[in-house]
Design a binder for this molecule. Sequence first.
Ligand SMILES: Cc1cc2nc3c(=O)[nH]c(=O)nc-3n(C[C@H](O)[C@H](O)[C@H](O)COP(=O)(O)OP(=O)(O)OC[C@H]3O[C@@H](n4cnc5c(N)ncnc54)[C@H](O)[C@@H]3O)c2cc1C
Length: 416
Amino acid sequence: MRYSGFRVIKEALTGHKGWTPHWRDVAPKSNYDVVIIGGGGHGLATAYYLAKEFGGKRIAVLEKGWVGGGNVGRNTTIVRSNYMLDGNEPFYEFSMKLWEGLEQELNYNAMVSQRGILNLYHTDGQRDAFRRRGNAMILNGSDAELLDADGVRSMYPFLNFDNARFPIKGGLLHRRGGTVRHDAEAWGYARGADSHGVDIIQNCEVTGFRIENGKVLGVETTRGYIGAGKVASSVAGSSSRVMGLAGMRLPIESHVLQAFVSEGLKPTIRGVITYGAGHFYCSQSDKGGLVFGGDIDGYNSYAQRGNLPVVEDVVESGVSLIPALGRVRLLRSWGGIMDMSMDGSPFIDKTPIDGLYFNGGWCYGGFKATPAAGWCLAHLLATDRPHETATAYRLDRFRTGRMIDEKGMGAQPNLH
Ligand SMILES: Cc1cc2nc3c(=O)[nH]c(=O)nc-3n(C[C@H](O)[C@H](O)[C@H](O)COP(=O)(O)OP(=O)(O)OC[C@H]3O[C@@H](n4cnc5c(N)ncnc54)[C@H](O)[C@@H]3O)c2cc1C
C-alpha cells in the first residue's frame, strides 16, 4: 500500500477500513540465505537495503522483543554529520544524504527535520578545535558555520552567556543536522523490508550459534533452530552478550544512557543545542517537550534504566546553560543500553568465523548512522567487501593500531 494525501482522504471517507498492517506477522522458516539478529534500526535498514539494492533473497530479521523496543525507540532523535576524522566523516555524510531522501525512499513520514545543530564553545582553544572540525566537515561535503557570541545570541537569547566560569563565546552551526522521529524510522524500514519479501520475526531471541569447522551454519532461537548461509549480528547494547554466544570477546562495554522529556512548552528551542562545557544537549519535540540528555551512567549494565546521580548531573548542566530550565517540570525519563567501543567508533566487519558478520560499537551515536550502517552492512553481506565509507570500521583496529579516536579520549568508553 502506498501512502499519500489522496489515500488519507479516501480512508477518511470510507471509515478507515482499507489500512493494512505495516508488515506481515510470519512464522520463522527453517532456513534463510541471510539471518540478521536484531530488529532495531540498523538490522531493519540492513535487511531493506540488502533486499532492495543488492538483490538479496530469503532474508529474515530476528528480534527478541518487538520492533522499536531497543535503542532505536529510546534515543534523543538527533541526526548530524559533524565528525572530524577521515574514518568517520564520509560515512556520516553518506548517512545524512540518505536521511535527506529517506521519506520519499520509504514512502513513510519519519518526520525528518533539518532544524540545525549548534555546538557551543566556551574557550579560544575550543573555538580553534571547532574551526578545524568545521573545515574537515566542509572538505567531506558537509556544512559548517562558525558563529561568534552575537551570532548565537541572535538564535538563542535565553542561554547563559555571561556565566563567569563558562561564558559562551560562539558555536559551530551544522544547519543540515536535526531530528527524526526515531520509532517511525524503524517502522518505515520494517515496512520497506517487508515489501521486498523480508521476514520480520518478533519475539524470537537468538540463544546460540551452530558453528562447525569455523563456519556458521545457523542460529538457535526461542522459536527453534534456523539455518542460514550468512548471519549478521546487529544488536547494539547486547553485542557483547550475543557475540559471546559465538565465543567472541569484543572491545565493547555496555553502559546505560538516559533521556529526559519535560512538560510541553510553547516553541522555544528551534534546533538542537549542545553545551561545550558539560555533557548536555537539548532540542524540542514537535509536541513541545524539551528532549535532553547527557552522559552515560558510569558503571557497566544491561538494564534499560539509569540512576539518580546522572539525572542530577544532566540537570545541573542544563540549568547552568539554560537557567530558565529550573522552572520546567521533568515529565519522564528512560534508559537504553549503549555498546560503548574503546575508541568511540563503531564496527561493520566480517568476523574470524566464516559467514558471521558484526555491526556494533555505536556508543550513543548510532541513530544518525542507521541508513548508512544498514547500507554498508548490506554491502558487506552481499559483496564480502567493505563499503568505501566504512573501510575503517574494522574489528582488528586495536591490534593494527588504526583506532578512530574521534574525541582523543583513548581507551575509556565512559569518556566517549
Ligand atoms: C537515551 C539515548 C539517547 C540516544 N541519542 C542518540 C542521538 O540523539 N543520536 C544518535 O545518533 N544516537 C543516539 N543514541 C544511540 C542510538 O539509539 C543507538 O546507537 C542505535 O539505535 C543502535 O542501533 P539499533 O537501532 O539497531 O539498536 P536497537 O534498537 O537497540 O536494536 C537492537 C535490537 O537487538 C535486539 N536483540 C538483542 N539481543 C537479541 C537476541 N539475542 N536475539 C534477537 N534480538 C536481540 C534488541 O531487542 C533490539 O531491538 C541514543 C541512545 C539512547 C539509549
